[in-house]
Design a protein around this ligand. Structure first.
Ligand SMILES: [Zn+2]
Ligand SMILES: [Zn+2]
Length: 130
């Protein structure tokens, strides 16, 4: 149990400093480079356990891979992604959720799911070249 806790702590520590979403393979590679040898299967298991209640957000990459990030917000939110460097910013989900709620009610729908993909170019990427 201690071992599992330590490995999860190492993964959370790594993700704490990342503004980008990372795949299990990228996390595995970074941990190995930082002298924290860990099995890829262990990384997958830890990420699954940490998603949601453990404070990790997950999104699907365009090719269907799960990408993970430790988010600053714990409430419902969306991600504004930079197409250029991959930085993700957490943005509040509330106005959108209220609008969806309103639409659902107006049309008698329940359990409406929303998937929001927001991408653009972040402020550091849109700076002119020097
Ligand atoms: Zn998030
Ligand atoms: Zn950027």
């Amino acid at each position: 149990v201690q071992r599992v806790t330590r490995q999860r702590a190492e993964i959370l520590e790594l993700l704490k400093d990342s503004t980008q979403f990372l795949s299990a393979q990228q996390i595995h590679q970074l941990l190995t480079e930082q002298d924290h040898p860990i099995a890829l299967a262990t990384v997958y298991r830890a990420l699954q356990a940490l998603t949601g209640t453990g404070g990790l957000d997950v999104r699907l990459s365009p090719d269907g891979e799960h990408l993970y990030r430790r988010c600053a917000r714990s409430d419902a939110h969306h991600h504004l992604l930079c197409r250029s460097c991959g930085t993700a910013v957490d943005v509040p989900g509330l106005p959108l959720e209220q609008w969806v709620d309103h639409l659902a009610r107006a049309h008698g729908f329940t359990q409406v799911r929303t998937t929001v993909e927001l991408d653009g170019v972040c402020s550091s990427c849109s700076l002119p070249d020097r």
